[in-house]
Design a protein around this ligand. Sequence first.
Ligand code: PRP
Length: 209
Amino acid sequence: MSDVLNIALPKGRLGERVYGLFERAGFGCPGALDKGRKLIFENEALGLRCFWVKPSDVPIYVERGAADIGAAGRDILLEYGPDVYELLDLRTGVCRMAVAALEDFRDNPERTLRVATEFPNIAQGYYAGRGRDIDIIPLRGSIELAPILGLSDVIVDIVETGTTLRENRLHVLDTVADLSARLIANKAGLKFKGGRIHEVMRGLEAEIK
Ligand code: PRP
């Protein structure tokens, strides 16, 4: 079916919460939460096709039109700046991007600040706005280790409950951005499948608390 609506969902906890919204709104794809290895799930009656991808890949699928719509964390959208429409705040996965450091950290403005992060563009933008020279230490996880081991002065990372920071004697110095999951759409797709996309959007809106 050529007018199938393709939906890119981020694998993992956030994606499962977002998928719950789709399901409650009546736009589920049978089997999508099964624990097998299958990646694509169809709802033939409604002409929907859901697929799970790495969270940071969702904007690529949507920007290039392999997916008509998708759900992505605002962190991913700020970091990669994809050319897509942001349609809706799904108000799940609510957290923030923050600068954090060890409790006894004191900034020395004379020295280049070493910033460990999975989000180099967000960190660069934040410090550029403050005229602060930084050295990015790009990491792929367990960012909180960097200041503890002396690899960085601060981190720019996602804080949800604050437990990870607390348990590692780190604390928030500043909030960089408020985050949550967003519904995004391919720009051409919104023209050609606008009716269907808006139907899904309205359904999701009604389920958002
Ligand atoms: C994220 C983030 C923090 C943690 C914050 O990591 O990078 O480490 O969650 O959550 P908290 O404030 O509730 O403790 P995630 O679990 O997604 O794994 P990652 O380290 O692989 O990114």
